[in-house]
Ligand binder design. Structure first.
Ligand code: CA
Length: 247
């Protein structure tokens, strides 16, 4: 990607949000599909457990709902089949089973390029913040091992903190508050259309990394300001992106 392309994307972002400029201070990272290569396991666990309850959610569709809270995903499918929301007890039951099923898969690896990118972000003096819709405690605990000294609890937004969740801007607005920065002082890294929508709705410059099976166009349609084919590609171009965003 040419640096002029990045400059154009930033100019477009500033125009849309009526900001005078950008001054990068924090990077808001989504977790699944960004920090961990965990989405294939999630989509498989969703499909298996929903079928067990007579609810139809293909592995492919699970990727489209990525980033929603568990309850929201369950209710979308339940509404489609029965025309009403699922009983809260059933939602709790299905989500507990889904978490259990996910934990039966091998431990997810760090996404290629994510560790290296994190070191670059830290070396620039930027604050990393985690913003995930996940309530998967096994994976949240694994963060401390896979990304040591990176996210303390004061710089994490998870399913346990939010009321609405992505695509509502709420989680990213909470992430800004936790970092103590304004929207034009942050950058969102997302891999899912719903997550991109949330970042854009929060008024934050949003970088999409297409680490799953979806066509990259859906991420641009969701409003992504920049699109990279992988975390490694974003990492490799970090210096150019940072030069433009540091203000
Ligand atoms: Ca994700």
């Amino acid at each position: 990607m040419q640096e002029t392309m990045i400059e154009e994307a930033v100019a477009c972002y500033l125009g849309q949000n009526h900001y005078a400029g950008v001054c990068l201070k924090a990077v808001l990272f989504d977790m699944d599909g960004v920090l961990f290569n965990s989405m294939p396991y999630h989509s498989d666990a969703w499909h298996t457990v929903m079928e067990r309850h007579g609810l139809h959610l293909s592995r492919e569709e699970a990727f489209l709902h990525e980033g929603r809270t568990g309850a929201a995903t369950i209710n979308i499918v339940y509404q489609r089949q029965y025309g009403r929301d699922a009983d809260p007890e059933l939602v709790k039951q299905i989500y507990a089973e889904k978490s259990e099923e996910f934990a039966r898969h091998p431990e997810p690896e760090r996404m290629a390029g994510a560790w290296e990118l994190m070191q670059k972000v830290k070396a620039c003096g930027l604050t990393p913040v985690l913003v995930t819709g996940s309530g998967q405690t096994t994976l949240l605990e694994r963060l401390a091992h896979s990304y040591p000294d990176t996210f303390d609890r004061a710089h994490m937004v998870t399913a346990f903190d939010v009321k609405y969740g992505k695509p509502n801007p709420e989680p990213y607005l909470m992430g800004l508050a936790k970092a103590g920065v304004a929207a034009n002082e942050a950058l969102v890294v997302e891999n899912a259309p719903i997550g991109v929508q949330a970042g854009v709705a929060a008024g934050i410059f949003t970088v999409a990394v297409n680490t799953g099976p979806l066509n990259g166009q859906v991420l641009l349609d969701a409003g992504a300001n920049l699109l990279f084919p992988s975390m490694q590609a974003f990492c490799d171009q970090w210096e150019q992106v940072y030069r433009v965003l540091k203000g």
